[in-house]
Design a binder for this molecule. Structure first.
Ligand SMILES: NC(=O)c1ccc[n+]([C@@H]2O[C@H](COP(=O)([O-])OP(=O)(O)OC[C@H]3O[C@@H](n4cnc5c(N)ncnc54)[C@H](O)[C@@H]3O)[C@@H](O)[C@H]2O)c1
Length: 339
């Protein structure tokens, strides 16, 4: 079988993860990197693949069957549109764009050309997510009443040595909370209303470093999310899910979901419910759902290959990712008003 020829645009932190995953996937072949940095040129030479400083040169000369776009946020839309205009399916890292307006441009371009766009909300491909979704949809938790999400960790100071990560729009709302919003929308349905406050008191950058957010879901559930990239804590998807070995694993939970019949703590997958007697005098029964770990980036790439050959529609397309971005944008606007 011919391997599917892929190119990666942006060979930074997450671009290198995508490259590793391509190399672990026998059905895929990395044919080119586009990234103007000298580090990317060196990497391309070490991998024996073509290197281009300019993405248009790369697309025109190597004509890949699919592209992974792992550039900084503000380049997601122009790079993805360059692919779409050439009829090349593209996996765009999250957030799909830096603003809903920019995301809409990509939604429109993809629809006009009929080219699939998959957005890199990789947590959706995680087996933990699938297990949680199955339990919630089975009705075993009853009507979902409340959810509490934590994303608190301390990014190393040198993470911010990269200029774009300090620029407006690259704070943890757009870079990190957008993952949680996507996951909560997937598990519980659409979000109708938000309240929020943000702070930059921890790092003192132009971007927020911490935020608290209240959410009202269309299903009637209420939620709260607390996030910070400068607080010490064991509660975040990165540290709790063990999905990526670059983060120290801490077996705690970062999502607590409560329904009228039961509760689920994710990602340790502890399921709580009553036996014959209900109410606060009765003991809760607890079991742990067994989930076979598999790297969601590998599953995401396998899905992207199916999308490229027309065997699947993107499970998160640009229009879906735009809805998560609209929630983030509402949070940003409300927190600015509150400041
Ligand atoms: N899915 C995830 O879990 C995840 C994790 C980290 C980052 N991300 C997202 O991936 C994107 C990249 O983040 P990162 O931390 O890897 O950033 P990074 O700064 O480490 O890497 C970005 C790369 O893009 C390159 N680049 C800059 N301009 C370019 C251009 N015009 N053409 C081609 N390449 C160009 C840079 O040289 C750099 O190598 C961000 O949007 C971020 O939100 C997603």
């Amino acid at each position: 079988m011919n391997r599917i020829r892929l190119a990666v645009i942006g060979a930074g932190a997450i671009g290198r993860k995508h490259i590793d995953v391509i190399q672990q996937t026998p059905e895929a072949e990395l044919v080119a990197l586009a990234d103007p940095s000298p580090q990317a040129q060196t990497l391309a030479a070490s991998l024996g693949v073509a290197w281009y400083a300019d993405i248009n040169d790369m697309l025109d000369r190597t004509n890949p069957q699919g592209v992974i776009n792992a550039t900084p946020n503000t380049l997601h839309v122009p790079c993805a549109i360059a692919c779409v205009e050439r009829g090349i399916p593209v996996l765009v890292e999250k957030p799909v764009a830096e603003s809903p307006e920019r995301a809409q441009e990509l939604v429109d371009a993809a629809a006009l050309r009929g080219v699939p766009v998959l957005v890199g909300h990789h947590r959706r491909h995680n087996a933990l997510t699938a297990a949680a979704k199955t339990l919630i949809d089975s009705g075993e938790l009853g009507n979902i009443v409340a959810v509490s999400a934590h994303w608190i960790l301390q990014k190393p100071d040198d993470y911010f040595d990269v200029a774009w990560r300090r620029e407006p729009g690259a704070g943890p709302l757009l870079v990190n909370l957008v993952h949680d919003i996507d996951l909560l929308r997937y598990l519980l349905g659409e979000i109708e209303e938000v309240q929020a406050m943000t702070s930059n008191a921890g790092r003192g950058f132009a971007n927020e470093d911490s935020a608290v957010v209240n959410l009202r879901f269309a299903c009637g559930a209420l939620g709260s999310a607390v996030l910070s990239d400068c607080g010490v804590s064991p509660w975040s998807w990165e540290m709790n899910s063990a999905e990526n070995e670059i983060y120290a694993h801490t077996p705690e939970n970062c999502y607590l979901i409560s329904g009228s019949k039961g509760a689920l703590a994710i990602p340790q997958m502890r399921w709580w419910r009553y036996g014959e007697q209900r109410g606060w005098h009765a003991p809760l029964l607890q079991e742990t759902l067994a989930v076979e770990p598999i790297d969601p980036f590998i599953l995401q790439l396998r899905h992207f290959l199916q999308v490229i050959v027309g065997e699947a529609e993107p499970i998160i397309d640009a229009a879906d990712a735009l809805r998560s971005l609209e929630v983030i944008d509402a949070i940003r606007q409300i927190s600015q008003k509150a400041a």
